[in-house]
Design a protein around this ligand. Sequence first.
Ligand code: IMP
Length: 426
Amino acid sequence: MPNSVLIGAQWGDEGKGKIIDVLTEDVDIVVRYQGGGNAGHTVEVGDERYILHLVPSGILREDTHCVIGNGVVVDPLTLSEEIRELEKRGFSLCGRLHVSDRAHVVLPYHRELDAGRENTSDENSKIGTTKRGIGPTYGDKASRRGIRMGDLVDENTLDEMIIERVDENNRVLAAMGAQPVEAAEVVTSYREVARFLAPYISDTVSLLHDAHADGKSILFEGAQGTMLDIDFGTFPYVTSSNATSGGACTGTGIAPNAIDRVIGVVKAYTTRVGAGPFPTELFDEAGETLSREGKEFGATTGRPRRCGWFDAVVARYSAMVNGVDLWAITKLDVLDSFESIKICVAYDCDGKRLERMPANIRQFERCRPIYEEMEGWCTSTREAAGYDDLPAAARLYLERLCELSGGELGIVSVGPRRASTLRIAL
Ligand code: IMP
């Protein structure tokens, strides 16, 4: 299989974990390249359900190697818990999971700072983050105050680095009226977790280059989605990393010419968690149906997701900035009961028709969806075993989504099980 980057083309939660799980059947290595414990990939295998936050979903296939790249921010406590839980459920990770020594470490003060900023009384400055410390950790990386996984396992310098950073951040926490962090406790817990994680930490840049040179196939797994990308998303209502396909290079050390194709994952409708504009959001019965049928609750925080119709302006923009070759369209079955289905084809902004995504958040807030309506199929698609088993109206809907968004249809998913994944061109 060629080297592929798989990205979320909406606001995250597109069902990437499930698509990755299916595609890993044909790949040797799966790599996470950005984000951190804010991600939540849900995968169902048989009767078992797995929610993964940091470990790539490829771990659920015995022979697949998994890499957490340098672009990821790693909370070592979350990672060690996830490893222990997977091992308890019968997966062996040692020698199969590789964590970059260049990845930055999330520390307790990052979480406190994240929560402190979110707990502000000013509603307008809330992002609705997952409070996992993601923004402050990337902030420390950019301001060159971060601690990396390679530092974590260097017992000679770790204590000193932690004490110095805790001291500095406690002053910021105090100014925010938040609880300080106890340096001695952090040193003890991070030393202990460092010993547990040490066998997993390595130079993943070399590992990936060697694997590529040996002809191994690599799947780069994006977390979150394009509209949450720090550069291309709905800034400031975004996460702090590059969730788009370009992040696969900077977040792993693999060069662009080693990547053969880009797979964009979209839901057959749209959801978002957290604050920020969402033009096709529904507040009526249709929105409730999407939420109920799609079980739209965040895998990481359990928050209800906001639901709306498919937004082709978003998908077109995602196709453009990511270079999407193939689409994986998920959760088609959630639309089974609708008599008619809307697709947003453009925006009306102050009386002007917009075909492209505006950068300015205030302008985006004023965008109203211009809809096209299609007939629903009012039949269950759950049992479809192939594309041709889908009702004609469902096929027309999927074809229209691809036509409006640009790119070909690669996969359609009609349910949570592995068998509910219809492979068309992937
Ligand atoms: P942070 O990544 O925790 O800083 O949160 C920033 C924004 O990204 C918030 O709106 C979160 O709800 C959103 N977000 C972060 N991770 C995910 C995800 O995996 N799925 C969907 N939304 C996410």
